[in-house]
Write a protein that binds this ligand. Structure first.
Ligand code: IPE
Ligand code: IPE
Ligand code: MG
Length: 252
């Protein structure tokens, strides 16, 4: 089914067609720019994170609306521990606050929650909140909402290598049997398809240690919009651009 892009302004020329049957299965987002958003408004950085949290809720609703299967959101990186203690503490309190506020709505939307990252090193209250949400939503079969929390791709790959060496030592398989598919099973993303589309807000054009293995053939889309200003219109802009890309995977 094709529908016209509802928000396109007349002066922007012919309306682009939005093809509901050609949306990415898996979208990953680097939600960046909360701090700059707050600074522009003369607010403390944490006000930006709070505003960003509400935009996560809106973004999930848009993903549900457009039938996206998996949405992976970069919420806290293994490098974000370098920030001032107070900011780190606030960021690690946000999952609990988010779930406290929005879990009923997520349940209604049939959303399943998963986490990728080094969960063990998170504060107990964060771990408890996400454990509860995972358990509560485990039978939902709508959108898979995947939070990357204390996630770092190099750490993920290093841990995978250690586990693989152990399993080879324990003769679960041989070195010769190790291939890309088997290696993928040792990553946090085991069972997930690779992202089709990566979005990064705030004008930065880098991966910041996000899904280095999984993004090998992903389409990238960058916007200058700061994360707290991200909305449906911008999301649809990314989806439209995705539909105009030609994915060749090395072929012709
Ligand atoms: C993204 O916003 C949120 C996290 C990285 C946790 P930032 O806090 O990085 O915002 P900027 O990049 O400083 O504007
Ligand atoms: C990436 O943003 C991490 C998250 C969005 C959680 P950063 O703001 O930490 O990335 P850098 O430091 O600008 O690369
Ligand atoms: Mg940033």
């Amino acid at each position: 089914m094709k529908i016209p892009f509802f928000n396109q302004k007349k002066e922007e020329g012919p309306q682009e067609e939005f093809d509901l049957t050609n949306v990415p299965n898996h979208i990953a987002i680097i939600m960046d720019g909360n701090g700059r958003w707050a600074k522009k408004k003369g607010l403390p950085r944490i006000a930006g994170h709070k505003a960003g949290m509400d935009v996560v809720k809106d973004t999930v609703e848009v993903a549900v609306k457009y039938n996206i299967q998996t949405l992976t959101l970069f919420a806290f990186s293994t490098e974000n521990w370098k920030r001032p203690k107070q900011e780190v503490e606030y960021l690690l309190k946000l999952p609990k606050e988010f779930l406290h506020t929005y879990l009923p709505g997520l349940m209604k939307n049939n959303v399943r929650i998963e986490i990728i990252g080094d969960i063990e090193s998170l504060p107990v209250h964060t771990k408890e909140a996400i454990q509860y949400a995972k358990e509560k939503t485990k039978d939902n079969d709508g959108l898979l909402l995947n939070f990357a929390l204390n996630y770092g791709s190099r750490h993920e790959i290093l841990e995978a290598i250690k586990l693989i060496m152990e399993d080879i030592d324990n003769q679960k398989f041989t070195l010769e049997q190790l291939d890309e598919k088997l290696l993928s099973k040792y990553l946090y993303t085991n069972g997930l398809s690779d992202p089709d589309l990566l979005i990064r807000t705030s004008g930065e054009q880098r991966l910041s240690n996000f899904l280095l293995w999984q993004l090998a053939y992903t389409e990238f889309w960058f916007t200058d919009v700061l994360w707290p200003d991200f909305n449906e219109e911008i999301f649809v802009e990314a989806l439209l651009e995705y539909q105009n890309r030609s994915r060749r995977f090395g072929g012709i």
